[in-house]
Design a protein around this ligand. Structure first.
Ligand SMILES: [Mn+2]
Length: 196
């Protein structure tokens, strides 16, 4: 059975349609209205071997906040829904990704216990394109919350803000690819509680 979810979410601030295939080919079809976020989700999809479609209209005339936050909410919901009962998944994922001078690490646990820890995300620049770099935290927190995952993000070092954030999104894709992978040795869910 294909691990797939489609989420539609409409508020006074944003109107989002998002489709996620977990076992994909790294293909994305993205119209987010936030160019830097489009770039990041494209990398995330490629490195996570997902397929991701996003059609978002938001109040970007104000800033990118609502649109970025709400795309994260939809992506988190899609991930949770597509994973279903989580039977056979590896559950944990860990990835280091360098991007030129920057090195990021992302560790995830699809634990049903939402949590976010971030270290080293003191970005030299406040903006990349139109994108406020403080939205990285907002995006990751809403994603962790809605996907009900424990997400640890460590930027070990870096000087260029674009590189630092790019390394995070690539590592996020790779860590989630590992965590969502089905391991045929695992019968049921990988938890001594018997439930995730
Ligand atoms: Mn780039």
């Amino acid at each position: 059975m294909e691990r797939y979810a489609r989420i539609e979410r409409k508020t006074n601030e944003t109107d989002i349609k998002l489709e996620l295939v977990i076992d994909g080919e790294g293909q994305s079809n993205l119209d987010t209205g936030v160019p830097f976020l489009t770039h990041m989700l494209d990398l995330f999809t490629k490195h996570g071997q997902f397929n991701l479609t996003v059609a978002a209209k938001g109040d970007t005339e104000i800033d990118d906040h609502h649109t970025s936050e709400d795309i994260a909410i939809c992506l988190g919901q899609a991930l949770l829904e597509a994973l279903g009962d989580k039977k056979g998944i590896k559950r944990y994922g860990n990835a280091f990704v360098p991007m030129d001078e920057a090195l990021a690490q992302v560790v995830v646990d699809l634990s049903n216990r939402p949590h976010l820890e971030i270290r080293g995300a003191e970005f030299p620049a406040q903006k990349v394109g139109t994108f406020d770099t403080e939205l990285v935290h907002e995006f990751l927190w809403k994603l962790a919350l809605e996907a009900r995952m424990n997400l640890h993000v460590i930027i070990h070092y870096g000087k260029n803000t674009h590189h630092m954030i790019e390394a995070v999104f690539k590592a996020l894709g790779r860590a989630l690819d590992e965590a969502t992978t089905i391991d045929p040795r695992i019968k049921g869910v990988p938890s001594t509680k018997g439930l995730l």
